[in-house]
Write a protein that binds this ligand. Structure first.
Ligand code: ZN
Ligand code: ZN
Ligand code: FE
Length: 752
């Protein structure tokens, strides 16, 4: 596409400082059309024009912004051109009072950072320095309007110096609600696992850095909860953390001291640099260079590293003292919410951490680090949490008060406030009583801050999801939204699409309207309604939910679908898929009787099955691991070929592809090339359905489209064949986006 439109949301002190004239100058200088307008929290900008010029807009604006303009947040999404003419500076379009807006937490600003390391400043070395333009917001707010007495800072009485800053309209801490200093504000302590005080204040920081250097594991209370930290170069420390956290193979995120140190380890594009350095400070998935300083146990078998820069003053102090990257993984046990309270930390992380670096500023609600990656030249959020939530994501014309409770994994919920759709932060997988309790707590309290009382409840079709069961307990009109349709609605809302689209909704699992397990769906979707027009050929899967952890079961299911019981007579079966003969005879019995065997059209399980059949992985430590390894294998190979498949009626049949994969495998074609051809084939399947359906716009959604190789091949092939592909930007393509899709669907669903 030659022209494009970019919607930019800039939050911060950008009103009345000459920001809008600068936007005008930059936009017109690049020959772009559009507008700039004030919003409740900053300005909203649209620029439209030649794609290469639009691409230069944000970097140029950041470069040329007026000195007094301070940016607290910057998000953008690509949209279809609408034919703007000229560039307009609109006077006002402020919707609603700013007091109803809960701002996200903002990474430490440049001014505060300078003071933090200035020996003459009264806050030098103070880990809770902040100002009007940075610091905690979402994680300290207890009720609205946003004032100090309604935050967790209420317990700290400002000293005369802080008070005078707070009351002086010309001071940059005027009405900075978390304002504090070493005299009056929160303080650090270092505890041993029994809660004994090891050190306080600066000594606590020094002792914590000493411990990290010595290979110990330190639990660090941050903005939205605890991190578990250890030296990322120390393999023994990383392995100890894995063992104690019961997290065998899932990658750990790393915090680096600064951008320069990231560059030494990872390949960084300009867009990735910008994303890492934004005030939202997400974890960004970056391709690593072959580097010896990061031990392999950080992210086994994974060419990416999840990297975050320091975003709280405490992190800056720690990281500048250390000068090397540390593991910064969420302070929780697997499948439990992040710990936010220091006493709770001793209970729950006492077996994990050697020391606890804590402070006495309470965290009102937990917020995990957000995760982003670049897909198709745009940022894509894989987890929307700290730094982003709970900013509104889209507008709605519906006046109904709808609460959408989301799915089961990567749980979020959504609701509408003053015509805006708000998606909650990530609340984790609802797999443990602790996770469920955390979800209940937030879903009961967060919408209430806005005075929101739902009259309509939207939920998944699946009766066994903890979110659905929670929805059943709430009064009001109930709307059940099919899982894969919700994915498409979320993608449409993210791209502000109206009218009809073809949704390619591929993930691990979701309940279909026919009672079977869906996951490889092609849906025509419009205004709250959808029709399933095609799906991947179904295959039998033995063992229900355990199949997600055992790619070999998917591999067996594919073979059984093609060959029937004869699949069990293959001489290579046990060795190839890693089954014991006894296991195979149990499975054979299950397939014969049909007991414990369910059919699925899941694309995620198709990935698993192929990974199993080509010998990449027979068992997975976490769902999606085999699919990720197939993606990584494909990244290493160049191959334009694709495999045959058939498409008739509703069924896209992968059987010819599996046969061709068997041939390639027998011919010893490298695994990477088979993986690449497999991805290419999936893209051709998408094109084939798009051609038959003839809808110009195609939405790529569901957890499978977190896969860069699949998403980018799909984008490329759809574009090359005359279709307009859409993918996720600000809303996660995985189940973290489901709640927003449910909200959109329920808002459009007829009442009665
Ligand atoms: Zn600041
Ligand atoms: Zn003070
Ligand atoms: Fe899903």
């Amino acid at each position: 596409m030659n022209t494009t439109r970019l919607r930019v949301y800039v939050r911060g002190a950008v009103q009345g400082v000459g920001f809008r004239p600068t936007v005008h100058r930059v936009a017109t200088g690049l020959g772009l059309h559009g507008f700039v307008t004030n919003s409740t929290s900053g300005v909203e900008i649209e620029v439209e024009g030649r794609t290469d010029q639009v691409d230069r807009f944000v970097p140029t604006l950041l470069d040329q912004k007026p000195p007094r303009a301070i940016i607290q947040g910057l998000e953008f999404r690509r949209l279809d051109p609408v034919g703007h003419k000229g560039f307009e500076v609109r006077e006002t379009d402020v919707r609603g009072p700013a007091t109803t807006l809960i701002l996200p937490d903002i990474a430490t600003c440049a001014d505060c950072l300078r003071e933090l390391f200035d020996p003459s400043d009264r806050r030098c070395g103070y880990p809770f320095i902040n100002c009007t333009n940075c610091g905690p917001r979402f994680t300290i707010i207890e009720s609205l309007p946003y004032d100090r007495e309604r935050t967790t800072m209420a317990r700290f009485v400002m000293c005369p110096d802080c008070r005078s800053e707070y009351e002086n309209p010309r001071d940059r801490r005027f009405h900075a609600q978390p304002n504090a200093c070493p005299v009056c504000g929160p303080q650090l302590k270092l505890w041993d696992p029994s809660g004994g005080v090891f050190a306080t204040r600066e000594d606590a920081l020094t002792a914590a850095t000493d411990a990290l250097r010595a290979g110990r594991i330190v639990a660090v209370k941050g903005i939205g909860g605890f991190h578990l930290m250890c030296d990322a170069r120390n393999d023994a420390a990383v392995r100890a953390l894995r063992g104690r956290k019961h997290r065998e193979e899932k990658p750990f995120a790393l915090m680096f001291p600064d951008l320069a140190s990231v560059r030494g380890v990872c390949a960084l594009s300009a867009l990735e640099e910008q994303l890492l350095s934004t005030p939202e400070a997400p974890i960004v998935l970056l391709l690593r260079r072959g580097s010896a300083t990061i031990c392999s146990s950080i992210a086994p078998g994974n060419p990416y590293l999840g990297v975050v820069l320091p975003y709280a003053p405490l992190h800056h102090l720690l990281m500048s003292a250390l000068g090397f990257p540390v593991v910064a993984t969420s302070g929780n046990l697997t499948d439990e919410p992040i710990v936010t309270d220091e006493h709770d930390a001793l209970d729950r992380l006492g077996e994990v951490a050697d020391l606890f670096l804590v402070h006495d500023r309470p965290i009102a609600r937990y917020a995990d680090d957000s995760i982003a990656r670049i897909v198709g030249g745009r940022p894509m959020l894989l987890r929307r949490a700290r730094g982003y939530a709970p900013l509104p994501l889209a507008r709605t014309a519906s006046r109904e008060a709808i609460l959408a409770v989301g799915a089961h994994l990567k749980s979020t919920f959504a609701f509408s406030v003053e015509g805006q759709l708000v998606l909650s932060h990530d609340l984790g997988d609802l797999e443990t009583p602790q996770a469920l309790a955390g979800f209940h707590d937030v879903v009961k309290r967060l919408p209430g801050l806005y005075g929101f009382k739902p009259t309509t409840i939207a939920h998944d079709l699946h009766p066994d999801y903890a979110s659905t069961q929670f929805a059943e307990t709430l009064p009001g009109r109930h709307v059940a939204v099919q899982h894969h349709a919700a994915h498409v609605f979320a993608c449409m809302a993210d791209n502000e699409l109206e009218g009809e689209v073809l949704g390619v909704s591929w993930d691990g699992t979701g309940l279909g309207t026919d009672g079977t397990i869906w996951g490889g769906e092609f849906l025509r979707v419009r205004e709250g309604a959808f029709r399933r027009v095609a799906h991947l050929r179904t295959f039998p899967l033995a063992g229900g939910d355990s199949a997600a952890r055992e790619p070999r079961r998917s591999g067996l299911g594919l073979l059984h679908e093609m060959e029937g019981d004869a699949a069990f007579t293959r001489p290579d079966l046990a060795v190839r898929l890693g089954f014991e003969p006894a296991e195979l005879s149990v499975l054979r019995g299950m397939f014969r009787s049909g007991t414990g065997v369910a059919r699925t059209s899941s694309a995620g399980r198709l990935f698993d099955g192929v990974a199993g059949l080509i010998g990449l992985r027979s068992r997975a430590a976490f769902e999606g691991q085999a699919a990720m390894e197939l993606e990584f294998a494909a990244m290493e190979a160049e191959d334009e070929a694709s495999y045959p498949f058939t498409f008739a009626g509703e069924v896209v049949d992968w059987a010819p592809m599996i046969q061709a994969i068997e041939t390639d495998r027998t011919a010893s074609l490298p695994v990477g090339r088979i993986a690449r051809r497999f991805h290419n084939t999936l893209a051709e399947m998408i094109v084939a359905v798009a051609r038959r359906e003839g809808l110009p716009r195609v939405c790529l959604t569901g957890g499978c489209f977190q896969n860069v190789v699949l998403a980018e091949r799909g984008i490329h092939r759809l574009t090359a064949t005359g279709f307009a592909p859409y993918w996720h930007q600000r809303v996660p393509p995985n189940d973290g986006g489901i709640a927003l899709g449910q909200l959109v669907a329920a808002g459009a669903a007829p009442q009665g």
